[in-house]
Design a protein around this ligand. Structure first.
Ligand code: GLC
Length: 469
């Protein structure tokens, strides 16, 4: 069977995982809306009360590095290789003895993350394959007792901290290696053993590595939140790490939502983070050359920031922990941009801002950041066209408040402008884009900037002659 995205979803749905619940909710939106919200448990209430304080750093951070690294990196065929290629467990286990990463590979990841402008890192402590990247006492299928001979999670934590980055652990509840990992759905004794094992592993991760900033659960197949005892799981996590934030993939809402491979803002007031691959694979996939460009990454980062969300961008190190060359190049270029334009990303706030093909937008307070992706260059300078002048203009329709001043973010250079009820026109700009992959122009306004081209529809003179759009 070819495990592409849709078959994977089908697999998860067939066994009644979160996907199925989502589908049911989508099919019955009214029912979902009408259902009375269950009262918050004291533990939920406590999480809700402390949420804003726990998440403050994360909302400001905006940009994180996801790292998928495990036995699948030895194969180099995507982290689902076991299922995609039908590898028997007895064969797959042999990889554990043949996983020989170079020492402290994570230091290079952390340096790259820092250079790219990423503020936190989330590494796979255990992926679906079940191999534990740390020195666990609960299974010998772990990095210390197998090929690596050392605790890779400890190295990761140390590397991230050395660069001043926050630390997150990804943890897959689904486990293809544990003998009870599937039968737990129908056999209570197996469920008990597997849930105890799972809680025990998470307890180790929350106990042995000092302060951990993010716990990033993944795939809760085959159990539901009750069967995982997810409330108790989270309570344990918060009792050991009172400042941590947790995601929504253990069957509970947690602190933030996790749209995957697409950017979708959650409802206002709900934190969210888009996780995305840099090519098409999470784990190292030798032949996957579908790399996103730095332009796409920078634009995605701005789109997340515009919606008040975070961007968790993945790298898949090779079996020895090296960073693939293209990954290095792309993130280095992204870093050149974030270094000069970080003000338009970090600590920005969700805004009511509609982008256009050429222009993405972010804001903080009364400052609007215009991210010009495609530089206008020459405008058609025909003398008989009053509107166009022979100069380079970045124009944006639908800005509501009054602009007070404008500057190029990279150089601080002042930008002249005119504004009427239709358009803000930034004038006297250079022929070539002052920055790549996007030039950012900061515009101070006299109120919170709202950009809405559609609000102009009724104002255009064409309406007076009866032409509607
Ligand atoms: C999906 C994939 C998994 C990947 C994760 C990242 O759940 O199955 O391989 O780790 O997405 O969000």
């Amino acid at each position: 069977m070819n495990w592409n995205d849709s078959t994977r979803r089908a697999f998860l749905k067939q066994f009644g995982v979160a996907g199925a619940a989502a589908l049911a909710a989508a099919n019955a939106p009214n029912l979902a809306a009408q259902a009375t919200q269950p009262a918050l448990t004291p533990a939920d209430q406590k999480q809700a009360d402390t949420r804003a304080a726990r998440m403050k750093w994360w909302h400001e951070a905006k940009f994180g590095m996801f790292i998928h690294w495990g036995l699948y990196s030895v194969i180099g065929q995507h982290e689902w290789a076991k299922e995609n290629e039908g590898i028997p467990l007895s064969q797959y286990e042999i990889l554990a003895k043949n996983f020989h990463p170079k020492p402290n590979a994570a230091r290079d990841w952390a340096r790259l993350a820092k250079r790219a402008g990423q503020k936190y890192m989330v590494m796979t402590s255990k992926h679906h394959e079940g191999f534990c990247n740390w020195d666990t006492k609960l299974t010998d299928y772990n990095a210390k007792q197998q090929g690596p001979g050392r605790d890779l999670v400890a190295e990761f934590v140390e590397a991230a901290r050395a660069e001043g980055l926050s630390v997150g652990f990804y943890y897959s509840l689904m486990d293809w290696h544990h003998p009870d990992g599937a039968i737990c759905k129908t056999d209570e004794a197996a469920r008990r053993r597997f849930v105890d094992y799972t809680h025990g592993l998470i307890r180790e991760l929350m106990t042995n590595y000092g302060k951990i900033d993010v716990l990033w659960y993944d795939v809760d197949w085959p159990l539901n939140a009750d069967e995982w005892e997810s409330e108790r799981m989270n309570e344990m996590v918060f009792s050991l790490q009172p400042d941590i934030i947790v995601n929504n993939r253990n069957g509970l809402p947690g602190d933030f939502s996790t749209p995957e491979q697409h950017i979708q803002a959650a409802e206002n007031g709900r934190a969210w983070e888009t996780c995305m691959t840099l090519n098409d694979s999470w784990g190292f996939n030798r032949g996957d050359d579908a790399w996103k460009t730095p332009k796409t990454i920078v634009d995605n980062l701005a789109t997340c920031a515009r919606g008040g969300g975070n961007y968790l961008l993945n790298i898949g190190p090779t079996e020895d922990g090296s960073i693939p060359q293209r990954t290095l190049e792309i993130l280095t270029e992204v870093g050149r941009w974030t270094e000069a334009n970080g003000e338009s990303i970090y600590g920005t706030e969700r805004g009511d801002l509609s982008p256009t093909t050429n222009t993405n937008l972010t804001r903080r307070g009364n400052t609007l950041y215009i991210h010009q992706k495609f530089w206008p260059g020459h405008t058609p300078a025909a003398e008989w066209l009053d509107f166009f002048k022979p100069e380079v203009v970045v124009a944006l329709a639908g800005l509501k408040p009054k602009a007070l001043s404008a500057r190029l973010l990279k150089s601080g250079q002042k930008v002249e402008f005119t504004q009427d009820e239709f358009s803000l026109r930034l004038t006297g700009l250079p022929l070539e884009a002052p920055d790549e992959p996007a030039t950012v122009i900061a515009v101070e306004c006299d109120a919170e900037p709202v950009v809405d081209q559609r609000s102009l529809i009724s104002k255009w003179p064409r309406n007076k002659v009866g032409i509607s759009v």
